[in-house]
Design a binder for this molecule. Structure first.
Ligand code: F6P
Length: 548
């Protein structure tokens, strides 16, 4: 069954939220805390090893109730059932959206066209497990009889960002294999990756759901040509494997059927790391850890599916985005993990969130008259404090920020971890409280500043505060807790799409540029072909051709 379609701004709850916003917009978080002793407790959710404190957001209990009323009026519950049950909720591509089935247990039943997909999911997992174990143990040998030492993942977008982020995030759990990622069609990228590799001990994993993506196929072809400069054709079988839905094209590329890890079209690229697309993750950290990652995600699926909206972490988190995006008119959200391991997390979520919800046509095909997808950005703390935090603290834009921190560090260096986390706590407090003129004044006086200096400096040293943050505290970074965290954001994306009445699972927006690039490539490579361009583009192409 199709998703329902309602313009959210026409709901009763939306109107109530608009009126409510007028009472909230000028309230300061500091005052909200001082007038309600229970605020922190009331606006904190704990679940498994997650402690999620929403209380430093510009909301009251009434705001949360109204946002939930909005979700109810838009029948979020019904949409969640359709999502998990395999309904065609990706209507514009005519597909179900079932990354959740990839982490469902063996005894689950999820029907697509009347057929339970779970047995096949577990068959592919078994194949991933068997292959991972043989490569990691050294049983799988390269063509010359040497064990594999290096893995190269060749893919782009969802076939790169998820695996790359997770391998980086779980490097503490890594085995002896070195893992590399080639994504950009920039030839210098693959050259830099292969320059120190030994083809005799390297395994290439070509990942492309469609197996038509220009970047991935160009990189795969160039890397295979480089490989064949030193190895015979028969060696391809033990050094190249592929992950795809397009089995025929993979075979045409020259990869044995036995070396193909299939995936289904109901797995969206940006939600595919749980499928065979995660093969590089499994190879890098071992199958057991890969499975724990999936188990963590499944636990979050259950939490999301079965918990009342009041206590539902992805639901509340998504509704807060709607609150800021559509009422406060804030345009972006920052994601700041206080762990270097999540260095690529914001980049990964940029695709997940912006490719999904960067839409301006609703589920009736009409142009929306309200804001949809937010801009996502971020870098780990404390590095980001020394880069862009100035703007979050004292700039003119309101930037709701997620702080992600861990109670335990992985190597257990308490001194460093306390320093790291003291920054995490300090930043959320500072963003909320700010610093008033009278506080700045007494501080300057304490520093014996002259009246002249005080006059000059006072305004610059004031922090308005009232900057919203959500604090996620997780016990420890593990494959399981990472699975939970990623799935939390996946479900947040879903909820936002339902509220905004858009289709979150297509990505037509990336097509136009791709088509134009194809025809311009002909102009760059075939003499005599001249395109019909605006003068700016024409001049740029001519300058490039004349000087290369
Ligand atoms: O950027 C568009 C996109 O279709 C993504 O959604 C996808 O993750 C990526 O290209 C790669 O596609 P494929 O896995 O088919 O090579």
């Amino acid at each position: 069954m199709a998703l329902k379609s309602t313009n959210p701004t026409t709901t009763e709850a939306w109107k109530k939220l608009q009126a409510h916003f007028e009472t909230i917009k000028s309230q300061h978080l500091k005052d909200m805390f001082s007038s309600d002793a229970n605020r922190a407790d009331e606006l904190t959710l704990t679940w498994e090893d997650f402690y999620v404190d929403f209380s430093k957001n510009r909301v009251t209990k009434e705001t949360v109730d109204l946002l939930i009323e909005l979700a109810n009026e838009l029948d979020l519950k019904d949409a969640i059932s359709k999502y998990f049950d395999g309904d065609i909720i990706n209507a514009t591509e005519g597909r179900a959206v079932l990354h959740t089935a990839l982490r469902a247990p063996k005894d689950a039943t999820v029907l697509v066209d009347g057929e339970n997909v779970i047995p096949e999911v577990h068959e592919v997992k078994k194949k991933i497990e068997g292959f991972t174990n043989s490569v990691v143990s050294g049983e799988h040998k390269g063509h010359t009889g040497k064990a594999i030492t290096d893995i190269v993942n060749i893919g782009i977008g969802g076939s790169d960002l998820g695996p790359a982020m997770v391998v980086d995030a779980l490097q503490f759990y890594k085995n002896h294999l070195s893992t590399h990622f080639v994504s950009n069609v920039d030839g210098d990228h693959y050259q830099e990756v292969i320059k120190n590799l030994n083809p005799e001990t390297t395994l290439f994993v070509i990942v492309s759901k469609t197996f038509t993506t220009q970047e991935t196929l160009s990189n795969a072809n160039s890397i295979r040509a480089w490989f064949l400069e030193s190895q015979p054709k028969e060696a391809v079988a033990s050094h190249f494997v592929a992950v795809s839905t397009n089995i025929e094209s993979v075979k045409n590329f020259g990869i044995d059927e036995a070396n193909i890890f299939p995936m289904k079209d109901w797995v969206g690229g940006r939600f595919s790391l749980w499928s065979a697309v995660g093969l590089s993750i499994s190879l890098a950290v071992g199958y057991k850890h890969f499975e724990s990652l999936l188990e963590g995600a499944h636990k979050m699926d259950e939490h999301f599916k079965t918990t009342d909206f009041n206590d539902n972490i992805p639901v509340i988190s998504a509704l807060l985005t709607v609150w800021y995006n559509n009422f406060f008119e804030s345009e972006s959200e920052a994601i700041i993990p206080y762990t270097q391991y999540l260095n690529q997390f914001a980049t990964y979520l940029q695709q997940g969130i912006m490719e999904s919800n960067g839409k301006s046509v609703d589920r009736d095909g009409k142009k929306v008259n309200y804001q949809t997808g937010t801009l996502i950005w971020g870098e780990p703390g404390t590095n980001s404090q020394h880069a862009f935090f100035q703007l979050i603290h004292q700039g003119t834009k309101l930037i709701p920020t997620d702080f992600i921190g861990y109670v335990e560090s992985l190597y257990g260096n308490k001194d460093h971890h306390n320093k790291l986390m003291s920054n995490y706590f300090a930043q959320t407090e500072a963003l909320m409280n700010g610093k008033t003129e009278s506080e700045v004044l007494s501080e300057l006086k304490e520093q014996s500043a002259s009246d002249e200096e005080i006059k000059q400096l006072l305004a610059f040293k004031v922090f308005e505060g009232n900057k919203p943050t959500t604090s996620l505290l997780i016990q420890k970074l593990s494959p399981e807790s990472l699975g939970k965290l990623i799935a939390m954001y996946e479900h947040k994306i879903f909820v936002q799409g339902i509220i905004w009445n858009i289709y979150s699972y297509d990505q037509f927006g990336v097509e136009l540029g791709k088509q134009l690039a194809k025809s311009i490539l002909k102009e760059l490579t075939v003499d005599g072909i001249v395109g019909n361009h605006d003068t700016s583009t024409q001049n740029l192409i001519s300058f490039f051709k004349d000087n290369c």
